[in-house]
Ligand binder design. Structure first.
Ligand SMILES: Cc1ncc(COP(=O)(O)O)c(C=O)c1O
Length: 315
């Protein structure tokens, strides 16, 4: 049977799916999307993805609550019809189609799309070796928390990374590390797991939130705090987080080795640091009793995240 997609509420063969050349997604990138993972047939963190999709719609001035609720339901039906147990489900909504004009007509019928693909998690080789990255200037707009189809700066950054022989690009804005071109970024500096605050300049990653939850559960010292780009080379560890890429160690940035240069979960012995004075804890700082413990941050996170994924497979 040929692959099916969901387009505007209809399950149709992939080859037959088409949208109008007047679609505002095509003409103006007036579209939002989400990708959620399915582990052993169970959608992972779907509620968080849908919450973010509603926020993305709000950022584009679109009132889509009912449309999104229906799309989520129909995407799950599409998943069921695909028979895939390990999958990535892509959902997209644009504001709809009308003759090209900057001003969006009111009451347009949104275009909705869902596609289910087999999951392609990172290979064991990549997770064992780690990835390399370059830093690039963040030239995106000021609503990066919205997951829109306007991915030109992200795609260009990725291209630059590949042209430089690297895997990923890290966005730096005003001297601070924001995130990667298609994932969030974490560093360990002085034993503290740190990620950029959930401002409007980063996508509020679902995997990022899961990692922060796990760090809290494990009583690891972690903060959501600005990361000066100049501090990246002195990080003991670094990793990126994303729905399809999960947790990937970063071992080289701008040609400089991070930590030991081998994936950070082999890095083990360093006392956790005391809470920095005056720094906002970001809700996950747990200084009590931590100073004497030895840190294995990514290995613990990775193990915990595996348990987290596994808990979905058991349901
Ligand atoms: C720019 C950017 N940041 C972060 C992420 C990670 O978000 P999530 O963990 O929700 O997949 C993505 C994922 O596509 C992304 O494109």
């Amino acid at each position: 049977m040929s692959k099916e997609v969901l387009l505007n509420g209809h399950f149709i063969p992939y080859e037959e799916a088409s949208v109008s050349i007047d679609d505002r997604g095509f003409q103006f990138a007036e579209g939002i999307y989400e990708v959620f993972r399915v582990y052993n047939g169970h959608p992972f963190q779907l509620e968080r993805h849908m919450r973010r999709m509603r926020a993305s719609a709000g950022a584009l001035g679109l009132e889509l609550d009912d449309v999104l609720a229906k799309l989520a339901e129909q995407s799950l039906q599409l998943l069921g019809r695909s028979g895939l147990k390990e999958a990535a489900v892509y959902m997209q909504v644009t504001s709809g189609h009308s003759p090209r004009a900057h001003l969006r007509p009111v009451a347009l019928e949104p275009t909705t799309l869902a596609i289910v693909n087999p999951a392609s998690p990172p290979s064991a080789e990549v997770t064992e070796k780690g990835i390399t990255a370059i830093t690039v200037s963040d030239e995106r707009w000021a609503k990066c928390y919205a997951k829109t189809t306007m991915l030109l700066p992200n795609a260009a950054a990725k291209r630059r990374a590949h042209a430089a022989g690297c895997d990923e690009a890290l966005f730096v804005r005003d001297g601070f590390l924001m995130e990667a071109s298609a994932s969030n970024a974490f560093v360990v500096i002085d034993g503290v797991l740190t990620t950029a605050p959930a401002s409007n300049y980063i996508l509020h990653g679902v995997t990022r939130a899961v990692v922060l939850d796990l760090a809290r559960e494990l009583s690891l010292s972690c903060v959501e705090a600005p990361i000066p780009a100049e501090k990246i080379p002195s990080a003991e560890e670094m990793f990126t987080t994303g729905t399809t890429t999960e947790i990937l160690p970063v071992v080289v940035v701008d040609g400089k080795t991070i930590g030991t240069g081998t994936p950070s979960w082999s890095w083990t012995a360093r006392p956790l640091a005391p809470a920095p004075r005056g720094r906002s804890p970001g809700g996950c700082w747990k200084p009590t009793g931590l100073r004497s413990r030895r840190s294995r941050l990514p290995s613990q996170i990775r193990k915990a995240s595996r348990n987290e994924f596994a808990s979905y497979t058991r349901r």
